[in-house]
Design a protein around this ligand. Structure first.
Ligand code: UD2
Length: 468
């Protein structure tokens, strides 16, 4: 077996990966062999050689313009928002919509030692993030008399615990054939100086998830795209595990997407400040694309229009809608999505099998971003939402100034309090209130249901037909 593996690694100079082979027991040998066989070493070599010709972001940023978009507060149409909403409801009712939730990230910044979706979040209920999303899907299912399938992407780091969690909790109410948990692929990290693949220990490569763009290959390899086609699901709503305010399967976005015959649509917010950590949705040579916040030069981010608003205003909140045929076509092109390079600290061993705890960014990780499909889409549509209605990401642990669970919880309470007040309910300032999707999914639904003249003075959870 060693000889076969050597033939695999030698052509690209990675034979150090077998340096401890003779010291490994049988199981460790099999596991290392499987890892080595899963790596495309020619691809790694190509990615490393492309280092010299890496994208020049300042050139791209200079060409970037704000994208054509359906903006808030501007009269757009046709179609009108009403027509778009009706079209979105029709697509939902006809069973053509599926949802995909990407939850393969390791959530290192949050410091929660489980998959992020298991984070107890509900401001009153303590529902987990997974529940926050599944409860919306179930409520939409009742409203439109459909079972919306959920495709949930994990990574090797989050897979088993996520599967166990859903099994132990009756799939949170989803039917067995409605939940599809699939695992994304991995890529090895390489040494920044030498390009050698790093070893996590004698018998293991330093592997990490291949980015949320890995969703395309994972959906395709797992035959999920085929299954969607067979089930008549031609529209896929995409969202991230860290945004409890996401309006899952938003009919308005689905409707605009459908009426425009868009292949990929995306929801954006107007960036609140230049260095906000959201990707920048821009148009370059007539194509919509996203420049990640870490790639956009600060001078370009800070440029303003004459009225003081940001020139590149559109912030990516990672809420997209895909046409399934477009995903199928893209999956057939092996390199439809480029790899991005990230310099990271990667714990590893050296050639003496000593553990190295790097003090700097010693490793290069390769990740694909799903939003790089935007420039490939024949029609791409951009729709603005107000962040107070749709975006409160949880990224950082307690004590951080931005993007914490506490801030997201306050944003959720504020949103639900606004819905209640608009329906004539008195809600004391700062009072925790939470609305479960089985009670209402929108301000309009609250207004239809809530008892007129209700006065709230204690934390209240609206669920099913009433409040508790
Ligand atoms: C992401 C976007 C950024 C902005 C921001 C909004 C990218 C590269 N950047 O930034 O533009 O929209 O979100 O909140 O997308 N994930 C996987 N597998 C992976 C890596 C990530 O499933 O291999 C998931 C992860 O679980 C999470 C999402 O993708 O749901 C975003 O990942 P992140 O936290 O690394 O992205 P972030 O905050 O840098």
């Amino acid at each position: 077996m060693k000889q076969r593996l050597l033939e695999r690694v030698e052509p690209t100079g990675q034979q150090h990966l077998l340096g401890f082979w003779d010291e490994l027991d049988g199981d460790a040998k099999s596991s290392l062999a499987a890892q080595i066989e899963s790596v495309d070493f020619a691809l790694i070599e190509r990615l490393l050689s492309e280092q010299q010709s890496a994208t020049d972001w300042s050139v791209l940023a200079a060409k970037a313009e704000s994208p054509p978009a359906i903006r808030l507060g501007q009269v757009v149409g046709p179609p009108s928002a009403g027509d778009a909403n009706a079209a979105g409801e029709q697509v939902l009712r006809s069973g053509r919509v599926g949802a995909v939730l990407v939850a393969g990230g390791q959530g290192t910044r949050l410091g929660f030692p489980h998959p992020k979706g298991m984070f107890p979040f509900g401001p009153v209920s303590q529902r987990t993030l997974f529940q926050m999303f599944v409860d919306q899907l179930l409520a939409l299912g009742c409203q439109y008399d459909v079972k919306i399938p959920l495709y949930l992407m994990t990574s090797p780091a989050t897979h088993d615990e996520t599967v166990d969690y859903f099994e132990a909790n009756d799939r949170l109410g989803l039917a067995a054939n409605q939940l599809h948990i699939f695992c994304q692929g991995t890529m090895p990290a390489v040494d920044r100086e030498t390009g050698k693949v790093l070893l996590a220990d004698q018998g293991q490569l330093a592997l990490s998830p291949d980015g949320h763009g890995g969703m395309l290959a994972a959906l395709s390899d797992g035959a999920h795209l085929e299954a969607m086609n067979a089930a008549g699901v031609d529209t896929l709503f995409y969202f991230q595990v860290d945004n409890p305010l996401v309006n899952v399967c938003d009919p308005l976005l689905l409707g605009y997407h459908t009426l425009a015959q868009s292949q990929m649509s995306t929801q954006v917010v107007a960036k609140r400040y230049a260095e906000e950590r959201v990707g920048n949705v821009v148009a370059i040579d007539g194509q919509v694309r996203i420049i990640e916040y870490s790639d956009l030069p600060p001078e370009a981010a800070a440029q303003c229009n004459a009225n003081g608003t940001l020139r590149l205003w559109a912030g990516n909140i990672a809420v997209h809608v895909f046409s399934v045929p477009f995903l199928c076509d893209s999956a057939k092109t092996a390199n439809a999505l480029p790899f991005h390079r990230a310099y990271k600290r990667v714990a590893c061993i050296n050639q003496h099998a000593e553990v190295v705890e790097p003090d700097g960014e010693n490793g290069v990780k390769f990740e694909r971003f799903i939003f790089d499909l935007l420039p490939l889409a024949k029609h791409a549509l951009v729709m603005e939402v107000d962040p107070v209605d749709a975006f409160a990401p949880i990224k950082n642990g307690p004590g951080s100034a931005k993007d914490t669970a506490l801030l997201a919880s306050q944003a959720t309470v504020d949103l639900h309090a606004r819905w209640l007040r608009a329906a004539g309910v008195t809600v004391a300032d700062g009072l925790p209130v939470e609305i479960h999707p089985s009670y209402a999914l929108s301000a309009a639904q609250v207004a239809q249901k809530v008892r007129p003249g209700l006065h709230l003075s204690e934390p209240t959870y609206f669920f099913g037909d009433g409040e508790a």
